[in-house]
Design a protein around this ligand. Sequence first.
Ligand SMILES: NC(=O)c1ccc[n+]([C@@H]2O[C@H](COP(=O)([O-])OP(=O)(O)OC[C@H]3O[C@@H](n4cnc5c(N)ncnc54)[C@H](OP(=O)(O)O)[C@@H]3O)[C@@H](O)[C@H]2O)c1
Length: 235
Amino acid sequence: MRKTVLVTGANKGIGFGIAKHLGLNGWNVIIGARNQKRAEKAINELTALGISVAGWVNIELSDLNGIEQAAKEVNDNFPDLSLLVNNAGIPGDMGVDGLHTEISDIKRTIDVNFIGTFALTKALMPLLTNNGGRIVNITVPSEISPYWHPLAYVTSKAAQNAMMGVLAMEAKQQGKSLEIFSVHPGPTTTDLNGNMSLPGFHDIDTVGQKMAELINDGKIHQGEFIELYPIVKED
Ligand SMILES: NC(=O)c1ccc[n+]([C@@H]2O[C@H](COP(=O)([O-])OP(=O)(O)OC[C@H]3O[C@@H](n4cnc5c(N)ncnc54)[C@H](OP(=O)(O)O)[C@@H]3O)[C@@H](O)[C@H]2O)c1
């Protein structure tokens, strides 16, 4: 039987790369996207590659009611879901230093990267646990890098990392049939960073393929924080 994965933010960037390479490795893919047009574009590209796309779900992470509705749809239409890839995220304002970050920007970034991601994870956890499934969190390290530290983004991601660490710890302590771990894909050329392509950056295919290899490696990664590629260090 094919394994079924939901990737949030799968219409472009790293999420698309992960959906593509899991699909090429035999997974049945559900696209998480914010509207039908964006979802259809991804579905057309993936199906043209021979990938099995189960469908798409409308996931706007700043809309808690919408997340409940999305989780209900997944439960009703895709009851064999065995993997959630929490990939969707926003950068916040990366152009200001920490002290000058607008409070509204911090709230917006935390709403999406932390609160929305938690709400979706919580809503899908019973189904994933029932299916002996996994949750993979796409993120950056919590440790503050001297080279790059946009406040809204790194604080929202640190909260996201702590949340996943807590949930993984509880899953282990409670003997739940659920594996949770976080992955830092490393610097990747996407819209999130204005398609930056400096030495040390990778493209979405390289990252998607390495992510698919990690997810398919047959090992247990409960509670781990895995770096696919490190943050780029500047001189
Ligand atoms: N790029 C990097 O160097 C890098 C490094 C480390 C970690 N990451 C993480 O990787 C993940 C993917 O980033 P990316 O670089 O691929 O960025 P991206 O190309 O900008 O893609 C972001 C994805 O998230 C979706 N998204 C944005 N806001 C959303 C919301 N409110 N609700 C639901 N979906 C939303 C976007 O959908 P729309 O198309 O509708 O906007 C898009 O599908 C993020 O969590 C990011 O923090 C990226």
